[in-house]
Ligand binder design. Structure first.
Ligand SMILES: [Zn+2]
Length: 335
């Protein structure tokens, strides 16, 4: 972790103006023994001031982040900002190129690879570079996600419940400033090594998002992403004006703070839902049922809620393997 990264960049983060550059990851392939894989990075700076670091494409099947950040990078006039914005629109660019959640190069999940190491796999080397060279410069870290292919979310800004009260208050304030309908506090139930978790551990004001999903890519979700990015840059003092379209809403702060809120399928089969996003559910309520693909005379297996609240995310792929997330239940949260 402490060893110098093998990954490099052609961007000078301390130079004023706008630079479209690249992060260079060393690779050696059948077609080129000596090669580098390029990941675009944009640095916009205008004098001293706060630094925001914005990531998209951490997962390659979530396109809201890449598009919103590429547009923002092209539109920003360096003269109009105060401080610095570092943008990596396609952090896991091989995955974005393939349209897959995981990297096709090493099969790794970028959002389980942090902090990575110098001698890691391809994905871990990028995570290590971000951990040691980019996050350290940040006052605000944003990692734009959506439900991708497998999930469908009510649009929200998200974060963990961090121990430091001041950091938590700042994160909630930044989350509210985004202007999305919900600020969602979640738990890690599927491993560690997340980019936002690592940034939070560094004490950074860190925001993730879950904007829509189910392999869709809509006008409203893109608007929430684009305006939210501008709103948090305004909150941090980098932009003088917030976004005006769509108008920011006062979000509801909600949490899935019980491990039982994350409902994993008890068996494999086809998940037939009995609920939609936003529906209120009670303890014991049947949220859907799993149909067996082999023993079709068998009654479907019911999937029950063990907690009460509302459905904040639901599975988007009907075919479901045992242990895969079917839905998550959230409820209003107060700090
Ligand atoms: Zn994601």
């Amino acid at each position: 972790m402490s060893e110098e990264s093998l990954v490099s960049t052609d961007v000078d983060h301390d130079r004023d103006g706008k630079q479209f550059g690249r992060i260079q990851v060393p690779v050696s392939t059948n077609s080129s023994g000596w090669a580098q894989y390029f990941i675009p990075v944009v640095n916009v700076r205008n004098g001293d001031g706060p630094t925001a670091v914005l990531f998209g494409g951490n997962h390659g099947d979530e396109f809201e982040g890449p598009v919103a950040l590429m547009k923002l990078a092209r539109e920003l006039d360096p003269q109009s900002i105060h401080g610095r914005i570092i943008m990596v629109p396609m952090l896991n660019r091989p995955a974005v190129t393939a349209g897959t959640r995981l990297s096709p190069i090493d099969g790794a999940n970028m959002n389980r690879a942090f902090p990575g190491s110098r001698h890691d796999s391809f994905t871990g080397m990028i995570a290590h570079y971000v951990s040691t060279k980019i996050l350290a410069q940040a006052d605000l870290v944003v990692d734009v996600h959506s439900g991708g292919v497998s999930n469908h979310f009510l649009p929200c800004v998200n974060m963990h419940h961090v121990e430091d009260d001041d950091q938590m208050k700042r994160m909630l304030a930044a989350g509210r400033a985004w202007g999305a309908p919900m600020v969602f506090i979640y738990r890690d139930v599927a491993g560690e090594g997340l980019l936002p978790s690592y940034a939070e551990k560094l004490g950074k004001v860190t925001l993730g998002t879950e904007i829509g999903g189910r392999a869709q890519f809509g006008v409203r979700m893109l608007q929430i992403t684009e305006s939210g990015l501008r709103n948090v840059l305004h909150w941090l003092g980098i932009l003088s004006e917030p976004a005006t379209d769509p108008p920011a809403v006062e979000p509801q702060v909600v949490a899935s703070d019980d491990a039982r809120d994350y409902i994993m399928s008890p068996v494999s089969g086809i998940f037939e839902p009995f609920c939609e996003l936003g529906d209120d559910v009670e303890i014991g309520q049947v949220l859907g049922q799993i149909h067996d693909l082999e023993m079709i005379s068998r009654a479907p297996v019911p999937v029950q809620a063990e907690t009460a609240g509302f459905i904040i995310t639901r599975r988007a792929i009907p075919l479901t393997a045992q242990g895969e997330l079917v839905a998550a239940i959230a409820r209003p949260f107060e700090l």
